[in-house]
Design a protein around this ligand. Structure first.
Ligand code: ADP
Ligand code: ZN
Ligand code: ZN
Length: 710
């Protein structure tokens, strides 16, 4: 008598079919077993989700088809992994099949049972071959602050937020938390998440060196820059319990880790922890959930978030327990090696008042003088502008033409290097016209500036400056345009590290994470734009980015001392008295956070309320909005609706991309639970509305829970 198995399969998003289907099997397979099953005309990977369901009549309608194959040889995925997937799917309003299958390495989807068996054999063999274990690099002796933070972390079960300026030794605390764990429990596993692993190869090297004695599979990486076979290899090591440490980006939060005891989320404020398509999960928030879910009384799973500029959510959660805080806040105040010096030797802030500079100044004379001085001393400077290309728009002064994109409600950016106009939203690219396409005026001019222009101007303004050895100044630019080719970023960074660059120009790509040893001056040439953004999170992001960028200067105390130099952060601004810059000058994140949180509390914004966005895309703006409005009208009376505010549908900031019109609707509630309850009940309404006349013309729609950008 065959068994009836509930199997999770990857059905399309919002399909009425659901993703839990029944299949017939000779054996009552354990939940978590990977199987291959027919789905329509295809054969797909599925996960047995529950015990065989053999009682009662088969579910109506569909004939139950047999499984195609069982991927035996692989241990079933654990209960807690399945719970995590179910939670993520429910919370972020997606199908569990989609979430589960996206969480598995892509290579698994294509392997049949024999291929998988062969792969496992090879995996086991590779493990045996690599048996020589080099000695580990020794741990640093912790400073008193580090030791206190680590001890506090280990003494209490709640999630911890490690708040420490860049270079204050947070990574060393993570390393020793893992080390202590493995000393207590040699079979335990740790998950260490970072925002973008390829930006920080040094971190991976540090973990590998520290845990070398645990064998070559002890530390595995998991991120999207890896090939499918590499990812499968890492995933298997984690799933089979061989890997002690998984070092990965947001996707790693779904790694199968049967003995998970510790999760570290480094740079926890980083927006890249939020997935921006499919299930729009926050890996940081899932890490908190996962740690709690994996904990048992004898085997707790701990979680530590770390940042120099925590997200205001995490900061708020780490307020004193008496005030309702649920996380423990641990603080590192000093930069390592700078103990005793002023403000832990963070760079001094220099504001250039652009109101006093000639109009249209891009690089002010005081800043140029400061950069020149650094170059003359053989030090490096970094100039940072969050916009690539030469200029964000070309403009005709006589008729007012601007370089619009034909397919988007956005301007095409002028790239001087290949004389193109490129849309950064849809990719539409054309040669720069010789004259205004509207009126024929040959004098069309760039407005505004991008990294390309900054690099060009620096080259001409510093043409007469000489380095200590009498040679010319070397300027390099790093942004998404210069790093398109594989390996390009690594080699460009290596040049900076090797001292082959005097001035590094770039976007936020260079502001984060890098451990530059000889950069002593960092400049943000146009940070003001974010001050007046309509997005309530813009100040938070700006503060964090500027502080991160500042953290690139003067990292090496010994180098500064040897140079007799001090590190500086320069800002060119039209708003020198803005409170954000005042807080930045003091390196005072707590003051900045307190001020921002007070504003948010007053306006009932997160973390004092909970939000979701529904976005719709259609051929016309009317169609996109009609769909949202109809779904909104049909929402009255649903569970939770009494505590949820639905705002009117509005066009998105960039309303049209690649000829598709986009609209969104904001939902807000003082209660996370009410919002969740409402969203769950509203899903079928949204699906139904799509089938109504109001849903005609809608290409796709999606819910974003806890959206980062509104
Ligand atoms: P963060 O992660 O906060 O930026 P790191 O852990 O990378 O800081 O530490 C900054 C630098 O200080 C690194 O070069 C690190 O090796 C060194 N360091 C960290 N802790 C110690 C310590 N206790 N003793 C000596 N050096 C340390
Ligand atoms: Zn014109
Ligand atoms: Zn476009």
């Amino acid at each position: 008598m065959p068994h009836r198995l509930p199997v999770l399969v990857p059905t399309p998003a919002h399909s009425a079919l659901g993703s839990l289907l029944h299949y017939e099997s000779e054996l009552p397979l354990a939940p978590g077993t990977l199987v291959r099953v027919p789905l329509g005309q295809r054969e797909v990977l599925g996960v047995v989700w529950q015990d065989a369901d053999d009682t009662g009549a088969p579910p109506e309608g569909t004939a139950i088809r047999p499984l195609s194959a069982v991927l035996d040889g692989l241990l079933p995925l654990g209960d807690s992994w399945r719970h995590l997937v179910e939670f993520a799917a429910r919370y972020y309003q997606r199908g569990p099949g989609e979430v589960a299958l996206a969480a598995l390495p892509p290579a698994l989807r294509d392997l049949d049972a024999q291929q998988l068996a062969r792969r496992l054999k090879r995996h086991a063999k590779a493990k045996l071959d690599a048996s020589a274990t080099p000695p580990a690099t020794p741990a640093q002796v912790l400073t008193a602050e580090q030791a206190a933070a680590l001890a506090a972390f280990e003494s209490a079960p709640e999630p911890a937020l490690l708040f420490g300026v860049t270079g204050s030794g947070k990574t060393e605390v993570y390393l020793q938390a893992v080390q202590n764990l493995l000393a207590r429990e040699p079979q335990a596993q740790a998950l260490v998440m970072v925002p973008e692993i390829n930006l920080t190869p040094q971190l991976e090297a540090r973990f590998r060196a520290r845990f070398a004695h645990h064998g070559p599979q002890a530390v595995v990486a998991l991120h999207s820059g890896m090939t499918n076979p590499q990812r499968l290899q890492s995933w298997l090591s984690a799933h089979l319990g061989e890997a002690r440490i998984v070092l990965g980006t947001r996707m790693a939060v779904f790694a199968s880790l049967p003995a998970l005891r510790l999760i570290v989320v480094d740079e926890e404020h980083d927006p890249s922890y939020k997935q921006q398509e499919g299930a729009r999960y926050s890996a940081r928030d899932l890490a908190i959930y996962r740690a709690r879910r994996e904990s048992t009384t004898d085997a707790p799973c701990r979680v530590m978030l770390g940042s120099a500029t925590p997200s205001l959510e995490s900061w708020h959660h780490s307020r004193p327990a008496e005030d309702g805080g649920r996380y423990r806040r641990l603080t590192l105040t000093q930069r390592i090696g700078h103990a005793g010096s002023l403000a832990g030797a963070l760079p001094t802030l220099r504001l250039v008042n652009m109101e006093h500079q000639p109009r249209h100044t891009v690089l002010s004379s005081p800043l140029l003088a400061a950069i020149t001085e650094r170059i003359a001393r053989g030090e490096q400077a970094m100039v940072f502008l969050n916009r690539r290309g030469y200029a964000p728009v070309l403009h005709c002064g006589s008729c007012g033409w601007k370089s619009d994109c034909a397919h988007c409600s956005a301007y095409r950016v002028f790239h001087k290097i290949d004389r193109t106009l490129r849309c950064h939203h849809c990719g539409f690219t054309e040669r720069v016209p010789r004259a205004c396409p509207a009126c024929g005026n040959p004098d069309i001019a760039p407005i505004g500036r991008g990294t390309e222009q900054i690099a060009e101007q620096l080259a001409s303004l510093l043409a007469d400056v000489r380095r200590p050895d009498g040679s010319e100044v070397r300027i390099a630019r790093i942004d998404a345009d210069t790093t398109r080719l594989k390996g390009a970023l690594e080699s460009q960074l290596a040049q900076v590290h090797a001292g082959d660059v005097d001035v590094l120009v770039g976007t936020q790509m260079i502001a984060k994470g890098h451990d530059f040893r000889r950069i002593t001056l960092v400049a943000a040439v146009n940070p003001d734009t974010a001050l007046f953004s309509s997005d309530f999170r813009a100040p938070e992001r700006l503060f964090s980015l500027l502080l991160q960028a500042a953290g690139r200067a003067g990292r090496d105390a010994a180098y500064l001392a040897q140079q007799g130099s001090v590190s500086e952060m320069w800002l060119q601004t039209h708003h020198k008295d803005h409170p954000l810059y005042a807080a930045l000058r003091q390196h005072d994140f707590p003051a900045f956070a307190a001020q921002q949180l007070a504003e948010r509390a007053q306006a009932s914004l997160p973390p004092f309320s909970f939000q979701a966005l529904v976005r719709a895309e259609a051929r016309s703006q009317d169609a996109a909005q009609a769909f949202l409005s109809a779904a909104s009208a049909a929402a009255a009376g649903l569970p939770g609706a009494g505590h949820v505010t639905l705002y009117p549908a509005v066009p998105m900031t960039i309303q049209r991309v690649a000829n598709v019109e986009r609209a969104q609707m904001l939902l807000e509630s003082p209660s996370r639970q009410a919002l969740q309850q409402f969203l769950a009940a509203w899903q079928p309404v949204l699906r139904g509305t799509r089938q109504q006349p109001e849903g005609k013309g809608v290409i796709r729609w999606a819910v974003d829970v806890d959206p980062l950008a509104i």
